[in-house]
Design a protein around this ligand. Structure first.
Ligand code: GLU
Length: 487
């Protein structure tokens, strides 16, 4: 049998980390078994409609490489793939259940349902509909319908016995039927509830595996009973434990946790995010950590899913992101950061490729770029204390004499490139009989005005060019002279 999975997001306007993980696992279950991955948009809750939200879903799946085989924008045999376009379908199925005695019309008004809540015995939370309309005669139902009375259709739950279903992650789960509410299948506005539409659609779209958050576990017995009532085969259920912010709290956009879009804005790479998310609840048998999507397609195995909630650890993601950046070839790295680099360094005379080469080993996220390269455009205000470095064995006095000594030799250098600068400075070190750092640290500091910089003295001098380098060294000399004369 062909494996068919579906990602069924509601268009909320952003992509939760948990949702993306669901999509990824659905994709991987399908692809690891040469099956089909389907996108279905669940927009029956029209009150929650958010403009542009569907595009965010398309874009996220494209960006992450989770290509679907069927979906609203590409079609497929079982469309339409947007629930609001399938409205004609659900009522007939609901009526089929009514005919089978598995569902019934309910004409209870909002007021009655409200009153039911308040008249409920003290201390006993209102959790179940009292089945007021279950016993209406078919004549009465027809009369109400003919009179145009608003109605919903409810699922008729068994009152005795138990319902058991199997979940890949949580095992067998059994509930007492008496606890189940006669849930609404069709709403008064003629729309199906999510609880009904997902069952009908999963059946019609021949879905074999349903992956979703564990918050749906408590509804699943009702879905099982619906499959049974129709005489349909239920899919394999894969419920995933929540992604947590810490040991006690779920990750939540409302409480400021980041969505996929937020992470992109903060300079995380799509590939690193996908890799990291894959490990939030799944681990390979060999504990490997770095995976491309293609590798995940091969390695993913449903048995590696874990029941214990995983904590979204931004530090771990940041580390992983840095690993992805380091592993890029120079051209890919450059094209990845080019626009950010151009925003951060406005001086078009500077060779951005050389700057990029200095950055690659130092970045954890792409947002680290701007603060690291600011000084190329403008030398910042800095304190001469930066010239003092224990390990380099420099003091402000040594820095001053080193800068002074470097100025004339660098001025004489006509062919200005990293090699010639290197050779010149190294022979100066020899001549002065000092340590490398005693010359190079002061020059690096004068060129950057920063306590640390990507690249050392020769690399910075090469990129900044002769004129700018000499001007910055002169500024350093002036600063140091001023400082030392004031002591
Ligand atoms: N539309 C539901 C959601 O976004 C999907 C749940 C499911 O996968 O069945 O949470």
């Amino acid at each position: 049998m062909e494996i068919r999975t579906r990602f069924a997001p509601s268009p909320t306007g952003y992509m939760h980390i948990g949702n993306l993980r669901t999509a990824l696992y659905e994709y991987l279950i399908a692809k690891s078994q040469k099956g089909k991955f389907i996108l279905r948009i669940e927009d029956t809750d029209q009150e929650r409609f958010v403009e542009g939200a569907i595009d965010i879903i398309y874009n996220t799946l494209k960006l992450t490489g989770l290509y679907y085989d069927e979906g609203p924008d590409i079609g497929g045999e079982y469309g339409p793939y947007i629930q609001s376009q399938r409205m004609g379908i659900y009522m007939d199925y609901a009526k089929e259940l009514v005919e089978k005695g598995q569902a019934y019309y309910c004409f209870c008004t909002k007021e009655r349902l409200e009153a039911l809540k308040t008249s409920n015995k003290e201390g006993e939370a209102f959790s179940k509909y009292d089945r007021h309309c279950l016993h209406l005669s078919s004549e009465q139902v027809q009369k109400n319908l003919d009179a145009g009375m608003p109605f919903v259709i409810r699922q008729k739950m068994p009152t005795e016995g138990t319902t058991t279903f199997h979940d890949v992650v949580y095992g067998d789960i059994t509930v007492e039927n008496a606890e189940l509410d006669d849930q609404i299948l069709m709403k008064a506005d003629g729309f199906p509830t999510y609880n009904f539409a997902n069952v009908v659609d999963d059946h019609l779209m021949k879905i074999t595996h349903v992956v979703r958050g564990s918050e749906y576990l408590s509804s699943t017995p009702k879905y099982s009973l619906l499959y049974e009532a129709f005489g349909w085969e239920a899919p394999v259920y894969v419920h995933l434990p929540a992604v947590m912010r810490d040991a006690h709290n779920k990750l939540s956009k409302r409480h400021g946790d980041k969505s996929f879009e937020d992470l992109l804005k903060e300079g995380f790479l799509v590939e690193a995010i996908v890799n990291y998310i894959a490990l939030l609840g799944w681990s390979p048998s060999d504990n490997k950590e770095i995976f491309t999507l293609k590798e995940l397609e091969k390695a993913f195995d449903i048995n590696g899913l874990s029941k214990s909630p995983s904590i979204f650890d931004i530090k771990k993601l940041t580390w992983m992101n840095g690993e992805y950046i380091k592993a890029m070839d120079a051209d890919t790295f450059y094209s990845t950061i080019e626009s950010r680099l151009k925003d951060a360094v406005k001086n078009t005379a500077l060779d951005l490729k050389k700057i990029a080469a200095l950055l690659q080993k130092r970045l954890e996220t792409l947002n680290d770029i701007a603060p690291l390269v600011d000084f190329f455009d403008t030398l910042p205000e800095y304190s001469t204390e930066l010239y003092i470095h224990k390990k380099m064995k420099t003091t402000e006095e040594i820095a001053l004499s080193s800068l002074k000594a470097s100025l004339p030799v660098l001025e004489q250098l006509s062919d200005w490139n990293e090699t010639t600068i290197h050779d010149t400075l190294m022979s100066l070190v020899q001549e002065l009989g000092i340590k490398n750092g005693q010359l190079l640290w002061p020059i690096r500091t004068a060129l950057s005005g920063e306590p640390t910089s990507p690249g050392g003295a020769m690399e910075l001098a090469d990129i900044l060019g002769k004129e700018e380098s000499l001007s910055r060294i002169k500024i350093g000399i002036e600063k140091l002279e001023k400082r030392l004369s004031s002591i």
